[in-house]
Design a protein around this ligand. Structure first.
Ligand SMILES: C[S@@+](CC[C@H](N)C(=O)[O-])C[C@H]1O[C@@H](n2cnc3c(N)ncnc32)[C@H](O)[C@@H]1O
Length: 236
């Protein structure tokens, strides 16, 4: 099916708000859910005037890759600036750089070696971060809907990503794993559904950065939340 479980959606939205990319590549767009998330929370959410809502005001360069042409309809054509048709592992080589590359529920459709190679390719083409979502403990199966691009061929877990220096991993509701692979020199996103996750400036920024450096973003955020009595997400 050209869709996936919804568990990671708020976390992806929050990551996008933290990273503030100006260009995004969505690999295996399917129905286009993550394209809508990009448009809503990067281009529409901060509009100051209802007249800014129109497509001509959208700022983010949003492109997608999709191997199943039958899934691409005017719906996705409207949301994405460009959809590259074909297999991601081949298409990616002729594409440029993107601040964020995301791939939702596609990794499990690859054999393990091919999947690892694709992640390395995506990482090379990312300026800031690669976000991967997939079902943990995925069971292999045959073609779904008669589409070979929908077969489950591999299972992935945290250990598959530990070779990446800046890696964050979280499983939501036991149903969706989300991985953020951040490029050196970029601030990793906190894998939280909270929209409170944002970079702070001034003295608050100095305190936040020191806390995150000393104890990591997750522990710093829970300490700040306990001290203030409200949900605080520190991203450094
Ligand atoms: C399970 S759907 C997920 C769709 C969407 N990313 C989401 O999370 O809702 C997987 C999508 O990836 C596409 N896909 C599978 N293998 C692919 C490949 N090698 N290159 C590009 N797209 C692929 C499928 O055609 C399908 O649209």
């Amino acid at each position: 099916m050209p869709t996936s479980t919804p568990y990671a959606v708020p976390i992806v939205a929050s990551c996008l708000r933290q990273l503030k990319p100006t260009s995004v590549l969505d690999v295996g767009i399917g129905f286009g859910k993550y394209g809508f998330v990009v448009r809503e929370y990067l281009d529409v959410w901060d509009l100051a005037d209802y007249r800014d809502y129109g497509k001509s005001r959208w700022q983010t360069r949003l492109e997608g890759i999709e191997a199943t042409p039958e899934y691409i309809t005017p719906l996705q054509e409207y949301i994405y600036d460009h959809i590259h048709r074909g297999e991601a592992q081949h298409v990616i080589d002729r594409l440029g750089q993107y601040d964020v590359i995301m791939m939702g529920d596609v990794l499990e459709h690859f054999e393990k070696d091919e999947g690892r190679r694709l992640i390395r390719q995506l990482f090379q083409h990312a300026n800031q971060c690669v976000l991967l979502m997939f079902p943990p403990n995925c069971e292999p199966n045959d073609d779904v809907l008669g589409n070979p691009y929908e077969s489950h061929r591999s299972a992935w877990s945290r250990g598959d990503f530990t070779g990446y220096e800046n890696m964050a991993y979280r499983v939501v509701e036991g149903r969706t794993a989300i991985v953020a692979l951040t490029k050196p020199g970029c601030r990793p996103p906190v894998l939280t559904p909270s929209f409170a996750g944002r970079a702070r400036t001034g003295w608050k920024g100095m305190v936040a950065r020191s806390m995150v450096r000393m104890m990591g973003a997750d522990r710093a955020s829970s300490l700040a939340s306990r001290l203030t009595g409200r949900k605080i997400v520190l991203t450094g």
